[in-house]
Write a protein that binds this ligand. Structure first.
Ligand SMILES: Nc1ncnc2c1ncn2[C@@H]1O[C@H](COP(=O)(O)OP(=O)(O)O)[C@@H](O)[C@H]1O
Ligand SMILES: [Mg+2]
Length: 314
């Protein structure tokens, strides 16, 4: 457990006086670390996890964009503030993990609570503001540009087609009754992926993971956190999270004031919705196939996967 203080001393010149584990998200562990009275939020991607390369590959590309947004857009004060290392990097690493340090946000995660009318308004304005920015900003966005490739699709196909007989028994039993639906979904996503590549679609900066666990209320401010998914993409990548909400009509009203000629492209929307479903399914499968898990943890993952599979078959 000395590793974290040593690492933070080496890269940030911080003397850590206390470390408290926090409830993290799916992909990373989280700690509240104290340097005297000052608190930081440390996100740790364990190198032992199969999903880590995917979540950490673009840190050097997306963090500078969030920094630009917090300096130059209406999102000032609404985004988590990264703490650079002594050499100006936004991450550091050791044998065990990849580490990102942020200023600690004192406040409450929205999570399972319902958003208030005020918070909904703030969220909608944030999204409308974010979508004003695109590849013209003076920070490189190329690496984050949507190309409609679905990197996990070939792996998923192999696991379902060729290797289904070699899957662990619990996973095989769970997935077999849903094979047809999953394959159909994969087929639709593949087709849309090819089709959308050849279209000339308007793109803007998108968060791509808008859910209440990525929203925090801090003092008078609603904050949008967890920008790992930041992309230059058609705005449907964000709108898919809002479209089924009861406040979608209010959103469309606010949004059109800023984005006058906006209309949802149903193919793009379908691509993002289906891809997200497959991605969630694949992430749980990936955990079951490749991560070392305790029995309890494995049971939880199986349960999550079962819910996802029932949803697409329902
Ligand atoms: N800067 C921060 N300060 C305090 N708490 C935070 C901060 N960033 C995230 N959190 C909390 O940690 C949780 C997980 O963080 P998040 O960035 O969403 O990670 P993940 O990528 O694992 O979902 C959030 O739901 C929130 O409760
Ligand atoms: Mg999150």
């Amino acid at each position: 457990m000395d590793k974290i203080p040593n690492l933070l001393k080496e890269h940030y010149d911080l003397e850590i006086t206390n470390i408290l584990p926090q409830r993290g998200g799916w992909a990373a562990l989280a700690f509240k670390v104290y340097c005297g009275k000052q608190a930081f939020f440390l996100k740790v991607y364990e190198k032992s996890r199969a999903s880590t390369p995917k979540w950490t590959a673009l840190i050097d590309q997306y963090v500078p964009i969030t920094v630009w947004l917090m300096q130059h857009s209406g999102l000032k004060g609404k985004l988590p503030v990264p703490v650079p290392t002594q050499t100006g990097d936004y991450k550091c690493e050791n044998d065990e993990g990849i580490y990102l340090l942020y200023e600690y946000i004192e406040g409450e995660t929205i999570g399972e609570k319902a958003l208030t009318a005020g918070q909904i308004g703030e969220l909608l304005n944030m999204i409308a503001e974010l979508h004003l920015y695109g590849e013209e900003i003076p920070v490189e966005t190329k690496a984050l540009k949507e190309d409609f490739t679905v990197p996990f699709l070939p792996q998923l196909r192999v696991a379902l087609d060729r290797e289904v007989c070699t899957l662990p028994r619990d996973l095989k039993e769970l997935i077999t009754p849903h094979l047809k639906q999953v394959n159909e979904l994969a087929g639709t996503v593949e087709k849309l992926s090819v089709d959308l590549k050849s279209r000339n679609l308007r793109m803007a900066l998108c968060h791509t993971d808008l859910h209440p666990w990525n929203l925090m209320q801090s003092g008078g401010q609603l904050m949008l956190i967890d920008w790992e998914g930041l992309k230059l993409a058609p705005v449907e990548a964000d709108l898919m999270f809002l479209i089924d909400e009861p406040y979608y009509d209010d959103f469309a009203h606010i949004y059109r004031k800023v984005h006058h000629d906006f209309a949802i492209n149903p193919d793009v929307l379908q691509f993002y919705r289906y891809r997200r479903k497959l991605e969630d399914i694949w992430e749980f499968m990936e955990q079951l196939l490749f991560d070392r898990q305790e029995a309890q943890e494995r049971a939880t993952t199986l349960n999550h996967l079962s819910k996802e599979l029932n949803e697409i078959s329902g």
